[in-house]
Structure formats: structure tokens, C-alpha cells
Design a protein around this ligand. Structure first.
Ligand code: KIV
Ligand code: ZN
Length: 390
């Protein structure tokens, strides 16, 4: 079995459908450029039946990036599938992604359908989609809370009807890694090489990345994810985290993607400028503090050798440089390095004097700015030249 993992980006669909994240067609096109630079394998550009804008976005993205695989989402019914097919009419590499819920909870309270009806809807939708495109993905919504025998039955049926990818979403972010892996392993074994098993994890318990990685270990070869982890409620599996986990820990996770990781930061920044919020400061890989070292012991180690406290090279994800934040936890080593960076080589005594001023100020605020350090250096330099003149 190949170790190549396909990255299915749904920033423009699942990501976009969450509060504060809606994008115009023009914004989706701008974002799609970055996703193409990033090397995602498939971009899901919208849910065409949901709005005119989504319909236009799928059409515009597939025309502008003809070399990319572009997916359109559709519920498992005739109208949705036909709308998705129409939005993809100009696409060179179209994928119809059709879904229906399979868990008893959804069947009873949402769909009010029997398992047999859901199975028929799924097979009919896939059969119809195959009349328009070769590449059809089926998602069993709420797969992680679905009876396993039924999940296996519907997975085999949609593959027999022509689906090439079977996605097993943890729609509510309810699953835990070993349990999710067990489900994926069962469906992967049942399907063999007739279809790619895909995963789509939400982050309600903060486990979306861990669940996705566990699923890959169990045989999944497509991960659905978003930039900055945006998406319904707590979001989706974050592309930057899951990709970097496989890259940095390739010794434990020997899988390959074709993501150009150096373009991650730019994609994250662009998304932040389009939607109404950015990643939290301590967010892995793309947060403002992801490569900042403040504690004195950490800064000292980092300055002696970065590998003491930095496991991801900031350059490998396109972050210009590791940032040292100078605050009340910073030590002399970091301060004297900052003075050097600002163009001043200080004697040991001068560093000590600047340090005394620095700690007094740092105690009163969150971080000390370069211009404040420059002021302290000037004061110290002035008093040492006064001493010499005496
Ligand atoms: O979370 C989910 O189940 C989905 C499907 C439509 C794939 O977003
Ligand atoms: Zn989702």
C-alpha cells in the first residue's frame, strides 16, 4: 500500500460555512491561488445548491485552476447532484462529493428515514453523479456514530455504484483516536483497494489532528482539512498541523504529502486577512507565538542551539524568522543578543546595567520594545563615557 496521503482542502467549503468566515467569489479565487501554490491535491470550492455564490465559486475556481482537482458538495438527492454537476461543467478535473447521514441519531431525528432508504439514496446519488463525472466521493455523515455493520454495507454499496473515495467523517468531533482508527481499519479492510478511505475530523474535543493521524495509520489515504483549522463549531483538522506532524515526525509517521510546506504561513496569513479572525497566538505552526521564546532559560538554550527548544524550523513553513520576545522572563543572554542585533556590542558591565533597567521595566508590562532597549543602551553608554571622562 502506498504511503502517499492526499490532502483534500475544504477551507472554501466547510471552513467558509462557519461564523465569521464567509467569502465572496473573488475572495475564494484569491484564496484558491494560495491553495494551488500550497499543492493541495483537491480543493472543495463550495456547496452549489446552498447559494448562487457557492455555485459561481465552484465554476470560477475550476476555470481559473484547470490543473487542480476541484470538488463540489451535494446532498444525496437528484437536485443537489445535478446542481453540483452543472457548477463543474467547465472543470478539467471535477469531483462530485455527495453525502448523507448514516447514524441512527441522524436517521431518526433529522432525516426520518430508514437505513434502507438512506442506502438507496446514497447509491442513487453516486450512480447519478457518475453519469456526469468519473471522480465521485461519498461521505457517510456522522460515520463515527454509525453502526459499523451498516457503515460497511453502505460503503461497499456506494463503491459498487462507482464511488472512488469513501469519506468517514467524525462530524461532531466525538471520536477518540483508537476508536476512530478501529472504524477506519474495518472499512479499509472491507473495501481493499477498490476505493480510497478518507477522513474528515471536527475538533470539538481538540482531537481532529490526532484522529486524522490515527486514521492514516489504520489505512486512510485522504485527509480533509482546512487552513488555520477553520470550520463548523470548533473547526476542522488543521492542514498545517497534520501535514507538519507527518513531515517533522516522519520517523513515526512515514507518510508523504505533496504540500509545499514553505507556503503554509502565506496561506494562513492570507486567510486571516480575508475572514474576520486569525489563529490564536499560541496556535501550533501558524500562531503569532508559535516560534517565540520568552523564558530566560529557553532563550539561553535557543541562542546556543535552536534545537534545544525548536522542533519545527520556522523557515520550513515560511515564517521569516524565529522571534525572541523580551519580557520579564528573559535572561542576560537574550538581552545582550538583542543589543547586538540592534547594533551595539556591550561590555559585561554594560549588559548588567542595561539588564537592571530592563528587568525593572519588564516587571511593569507585557513585553519590552526595541526602542525602549535602545533608550536604555543610550543611557548606559552615556554614563560609561561620563565615567571615562572623569
Ligand atoms: O462534517 C461533515 O460530516 C461534513 C460532510 C459534509 C463531509 O462536512
Ligand atoms: Zn465537516
Amino acid at each position: 500500500m502506498s504511503n502517499r496521503v492526499y490532502i483534500f482542502d475544504t477551507t472554501l467549503r466547510d471552513g467558509e460555512q462557519s461564523p465569521g468566515c464567509s467569502m465572496t467569489v473573488a475572495e475564494k479565487l484569491t484564496m484558491a491561488a494560495k491553495l494551488a501554490d500550497l499543492g493541495v491535491d483537491i480543493m472543495e470550492a463550495g456547496f452549489p445548491i446552498a447559494s448562487e455564490g457557492d455555485y459561481e465559486a465552484v465554476d470560477a475556481v475550476s476555470r481559473q485552476y484547470p490543473w487542480m482537482q476541484v470538488a463540489a458538495l451535494a446532498r444525496s438527492n437528484k437536485l443537489d447532484v445535478e446542481r453540483a454537476a452543472s457548477s463543474l461543467r467547465n472543470a478539467k478535473r471535477p469531483r462530485i462529493h455527495t453525502f448523507i447521514a448514516t447514524s441512527d441519531i441522524h436517521l431518526e431525528f433529522k432525516l426520518k428515514k430508514t437505513r434502507q432508504q438512506v442506502l438507496e439514496d446514497a447509491v442513487n446519488a453516486v450512480t447519478l453523479a457518475r453519469q456526469y463525472v468519473d471522480d465521485v466521493e461519498f461521505s457517510a455523515e456522522d460515520a463515527s456514530r454509525t453502526d459499523l455493520d451498516f457503515l460497511e454495507e453502505i460503503s461497499k454499496a456506494v463503491v459498487a455504484a462507482g464511488a472512488r473515495t469513501v469519506n468517514l467523517p467524525d462530524t461532531t468531533g466525538f471520536s477518540v483516536p483508537f476508536e476512530y482508527a478501529k472504524m477506519v481499519s474495518r472499512i479499509h479492510k472491507a473495501l481493499g483497494d477498490t476505493a480510497i478511505v478518507s477522513v474528515h475530523c471536527h475538533d470539538d474535543l481538540g482531537l481532529a489532528v490526532a484522529n486524522s493521524l490515527a486514521a492514516v495509520e489504520a489505512g486512510a489515504r485522504q485527509i480533509e482539512c482546512t487552513i488555520n483549522g477553520i470550520g463548523e463549531r470548533a473547526g476542522n483538522c488543521a492542514l498545517e498541523e497534520v501535514v507538519m506532524a507527518m513531515k517533522v515526525r516522519n520517523d513515526q509517521l512515514p507518510y508523504q504529502t505533496q504540500i509545499v510546506t514553505e507556503n503554509i504561513y502565506a496561506a494562513s496569513q492570507l486567510l486571516t486577512s480575508i475572514i474576520s479572525f486569525g489563529p490564536q497566538p499560541n496556535k501550533a505552526i501558524v500562531g503569532a507565538n508559535a516560534f517565540a521564546h520568552e523564558a530566560g532559560i529557553h532563550q539561553d538554550g535557543y541562542l546556543k542551539n535552536k534545537s534545544t527548544y525548536e522542533i519545527v524550523d520556522p523557515k520550513s513553513v515560511g515564517v521569516p524568522e524565529g522571534k525572541l520576545v523580551l519580557g520579564k522572563h528573559s535572561g542576560r543572554h537574550a538581552l545582550s543578543k538583542r543589543c547586538e542585533d540592534l547594533g551595539f556590542t556591550l561590555t559585561k558591565e554594560e549588559v548588567q546595567q542595561v539588564y537592571t533597567k530592563f528587568t525593572a521595566l519588564a516587571d511593569t508590562k507585557k513585553g519590552v520594545m526595541n526602542d525602549e532597549i535602545l533608550q536604555m543602551i543610550a543611557e548606559v553608554k552615556e554614563s560609561s563615557s561620563a565615567v571615562k571622562a572623569d
